[in-house]
Design a protein around this ligand. Structure first.
Ligand SMILES: NC(=O)c1ccc[n+]([C@@H]2O[C@H](COP(=O)([O-])OP(=O)(O)OC[C@H]3O[C@@H](n4cnc5c(N)ncnc54)[C@H](O)[C@@H]3O)[C@@H](O)[C@H]2O)c1
Ligand SMILES: N[C@@H](CCC=O)C(=O)O
Length: 515
């Protein structure tokens, strides 16, 4: 009997003991940086000359790891390995598969700060963000393990005299998992174990900015007892290896999380039937966001300011859920803007390995250049209130930046920037605020700050996003508490960490017997 699911608590770094433990983990991991990591195909390590060199975005000279790079030949081996392993893995009983997840959760929990320290170095996460990412990875392991136990006997259907009917879930086959770098542990782990616990086998291609944490997780699952071939690990180029895996006729399921551009490309390619293909490919595609914090005139403005700051600048705005738009009622617009400016100027920016840094770097040169490009657009489209400068002399640092007076249809209010930039738009009333909030092609998260119950009810009905939050920030969904996924061009709304998620990785089967 497993215990009831509860989410993993976050670490309180104001407690000296916790702080010291985290510092010790940072030191331990720092001493380990620069190691080599291999591909894993059918349980065998494959070392390649060509490498993905993973570096610390806060200190670009620091190499986090040298990761072997797959090509189409090794990708093909990985698919064949997964197809072969599927024959036996699909027959494992669900409870034994879930057990592996529970063991993996324990392994990660015991070495929690070590994994978080890797996130600090590999993607520049401040301590709290890294700790939350690791906690979420543990949550996915614990939650999906329990969900599988609930689903293992299927769902009840009616039977009649002389006829016994059953409705059970069966695995689909070879699953290609393509995660992003931003929730580098949690999303990578969650999207990998969901197909595994449901009886599928996996070829995982991690994001090129975060292959080391993914390699570490592969080691965890091996230690937890995952048989060889069930998870194959092929870091490589999206264009070369990603396309090859997506197109492969033996690929049955694709679980992608990332940008709209790549997600829609995968969606289209997956619909193309390849010679020898025997089933339609199922696609989970969770993509970008352009998420809004709406502030009503009847609102607690302390809550509003904090919600805007946390939503916009947590992990330097590099979350699909980041609140990059603030739509504020005209009665309180000037006051909220002024207070957000003041709070923004108090935020600390620096190397994420140091304690109490609110914002670390952005992830790479491409992101740095893109965000600064948007800041220039912002200066033309709106009014720069604070921030706006970058420094890439040692790492990719950008000031938290606030723009005011944006037209809802401006590029700044329509396109995903994925950086520490928030843009304000004034609304004449609550109806208009919700219209502006809905005026994007995305529909992932949103927040409403209001003390007016009728307005909250109106938002519940009309604010068209997959994750809607009242009187708080629009980031930080917790597995099993706030299932996560978006509407519109934000994706297929799979609701990761929710009760319907695992079923997306299985085919329901009806069995009817006469007697
Ligand atoms: N909706 C969500 O749950 C969610 C969660 C996290 C991030 N995101 C989104 O992800 C984006 C940021 O992540 P990113 O920069 O890693 O996104 P990305 O789309 O650039 O990359 C995502 C993954 O796709 C791979 N890839 C690239 N080209 C490919 C191709 N042609 N075929 C197959 N795979 C390919 C990448 O290597 C990476 O592993 C943002 O848009 C963010 O909003 C969404
Ligand atoms: N689930 C995360 C966001 C994932 C995308 O980056 C959140 O709720 O903030």
């Amino acid at each position: 009997m497993v215990t009831a699911y509860r989410h993993e608590p976050f670490t309180d770094f104001t407690i000296e003991e916790n702080k010291q433990a985290f510092e010790a983990a940072l030191k331990q991991v720092k001493d380990e940086l620069g190691k080599d990591y291999d591909l894993v195909v059918n349980g065998e390590r494959i070392h390649t000359e060509e490498k993905i060199v993973s570096t610390n975005p806060a200190d670009t000279k620091q190499v986090v790891g040298n990761v072997s790079k797959a090509n189409q030949e090794t990708a093909e081996q990985a698919i064949q390995s997964a197809a072969e392993a599927f024959k036996s893995w699909k027959k494992w009983d669900a409870a034994s598969r879930a057990e592996i997840l529970f063991r993996a959760a324990n392994i990660v929990r015991k070495r929690k700060h070590e994994f978080s320290a890797y996130l600090v170095y590999e993607v520049g996460k401040p301590w709290k963000e890294a700790d939350a990412d690791t906690a979420e990875a543990i949550d996915f392991l614990e939650y999906y393990g329990r969900q599988m136990l609930e689903l293992k006997d299927g769902k009840p259907v009616n039977s009649r005299d002389g006829e016994h009917n059953r409705y059970v879930y069966t695995p689909i086959g070879v699953s290609v998992v393509i995660p992003p770098w931003n929730l580098a542990f949690a999303i990578m782990a969650g999207t990998t174990i969901a197909p595994i616990v449901t009886g599928n086998t996996v070829v995982m291609k991690p994001a090129s900015n975060s292959p080391v944490i993914a390699a570490k997780f592969v080691e965890v699952l091996e230690e937890a007892g995952l048989p060889k071939g069930v998870l194959n690990f092929v870091p490589g180029s999206g264009g070369e290896v990603g396309d090859y895996l997506v197109d492969h006729p033996k690929t049955a399921l694709i679980s992608f999380t990332g940008s709209r551009e790549v997600g829609t490309r995968i969606f289209k390619r997956a619909a193309e039937i390849q010679p020898g293909q025997q089933q339609l490919k199922q696609v989970i595609a969770e993509m970008g966001g352009k998420d809004t914090v709406v502030v009503d005139n009847e609102a607690n403005l302390d809550t509003a300011v904090e919600a805007i700051i946390v939503s916009a600048f947590g992990f330097s705005g590099q979350k699909c859920s980041s609140g990059s738009r603030a739509v504020v009622h005209e009665d309180v617009y000037d006051e909220v803007l002024e207070r957000v400016k003041k709070r923004t100027e108090e935020l600390t920016v620096g190397n994420a390995s140091e304690e109490n840094v609110y914002m670390g770097p952005v992830v790479d040169q491409g992101a740095y250049d893109k965000i600064l490009g948007y800041i220039e657009i912002g200066k033309e489209e709106g009014r720069l209130v604070t921030g706006g400068k970058g420094d890439d002399s040692t790492g990719y640092f950008i000031e938290p930046t606030v723009f005011a007076d944006l037209d809802p249809n401006s590029r700044m209010q329509q396109e995903e920037i994925f950086g520490p930039v928030v843009c304000f738009t004034k609304a004449k009333d609550f109806d208009e605020a919700i219209d502006i909030a809905n005026n994007t092609e995305y529909g992932l998260t949103g927040a409403v700050i209001s003390n007016n119950r009728a307005h909250l009810d109106q938002a519940a009905a009309d604010f068209h996003v997959g994750n809607l939050y009242f009187n708080r920030n629009c980031t930080g969904a917790i597995v099993g508490y706030q299932p996560f996924g978006g509407f519109n061009m934000s994706g297929t709304d799979s609701k990761a960490g929710g009760p319907d998620y695992l079923a997306l990785h299985m085919n329901p089967k009806t069995i009817s017997e006469k007697y």
